[in-house]
Design a binder for this molecule. Structure first.
Ligand SMILES: O=C(O)CCC(=O)C(=O)O
Ligand SMILES: [Fe+2]
Length: 297
């Protein structure tokens, strides 16, 4: 996609029902060319700057990787990812309007010679234990933007098992140290060219993989959840800062703002407040609410 093609999009082009169905079936969906080359290069530079800052602050991991959570206030460029025109439709189109981003991370992983490991998991931590339900509720669509080439296996791609989001368990976890690491059935690497993105349902069984290439992989993740779920990242945007006050109401919503607790639940004393929620107001104005999809009503 060229710069002009990206900039022609508004972020409010509804996704097809067929995309929603495929996402519901597979638990993930690849968005080709989510970042045009000019944007990808800018974001790579921004991520390199975060890496340099982490290095300067002596916060690199022993393998020289970083996993920096809550990064939206680290560079004004990152804010645009909240409503990035080519990916935003997949966010509100799979989750609706009562959402915000509660868990974001930048990952930089230099090549590493490491033995096979078992890292298969569903996201959500206690959400997987505290609710007794099969399948578990979805609760999060997470976007991952690829800044480097992940089109050839072995570059540290995320591995996924298509359709596994509907299973509460995954067989094969080694029971004790030294047990063999056996690749679960159906495992596949999400192959991405620089600038591609993918979304995934937090219940999808997935795993980081080994980066056996000679290229450092650089990814930006943004997880969107419902406003009545608490933030996961320690570093959340400072809502009292001048910076935060200068953001648009929609950006503030997507970074976790609500005027009071009841707002996160879509109510106040006098009743429903749907139309006061910036994303709903925006979708309504554009005629994008959809009575056939509960979260888009
Ligand atoms: O780094 C990866 O490929 C996967 C990361 C992951 O597990 C996640 O973002 O939830
Ligand atoms: Fe994960």
């Amino acid at each position: 996609m060229t710069v002009t093609e990206t900039s022609k999009k508004t972020g409010y082009e509804p996704i097809d029902a067929s995309v929603r169905e495929q996402y519901a079936k597979d638990g993930y969906y690849v968005i080709k060319n989510a970042l045009d080359e000019e944007s990808r290069a800018k974001y790579e530079e921004a991520v390199d700057k975060v890496y340099a800052e982490e290095s300067e602050a002596d916060r690199l991991r022993p393998d020289k990787s970083i996993h920096v959570m809550g990064y939206f206030d680290r560079n004004p460029l990152f804010l645009d990812l909240l409503t990035w025109p080519t990916t935003f439709p997949y966010v509100w189109g799979t989750m609706g309007w009562n959402i915000y981003t509660h868990h974001n991370h930048i990952d930089v992983n230099p090549p590493k010679d490491e033995p096979p490991f078992w890292n298969w998991h569903q996201d959500g931590y206690r959400q997987n234990s505290d609710i007794d339900m099969e399948p578990r509720p979805m609760f999060m669509t997470k976007i991952c933007f690829a800044l480097t080439d992940l089109s050839v296996p072995g570059h540290g791609q995320t591995k996924v098992i298509p359709g596994s989001h509907l299973n509460n368990t995954l067989a094969g976890r080694p029971e004790k140290e030294g047990d063999p690491i056996i690749e679960p059935e159906g495992s596949t690497e999400v192959l991405l060219e620089p600038g591609d993105a993918y979304i995934f349902d937090r219940r999808l069984w997935h795993s980081r993989s080994m980066n056996k290439s000679d290229v450092t992989r650089k990814l930006m993740f943004a997880g969107f959840t419902y406003r009545w779920i608490r933030p996961l990242d320690e570093n959340v945007a400072d809502q009292d800062s001048e910076w935060f006050k200068g953001l648009t109401p929609l950006q503030q919503q997507l970074l976790g703002y609500g005027p009071d607790n009841a707002s996160f639940w879509g109510i106040k004393q006098s009743g429903w407040i749907d139309d006061e929620i910036p994303l709903r107001a925006e979708l309504k104005e554009r005629g994008l609410l959809d009575r056939t999809v509960p979260f888009l009503r």
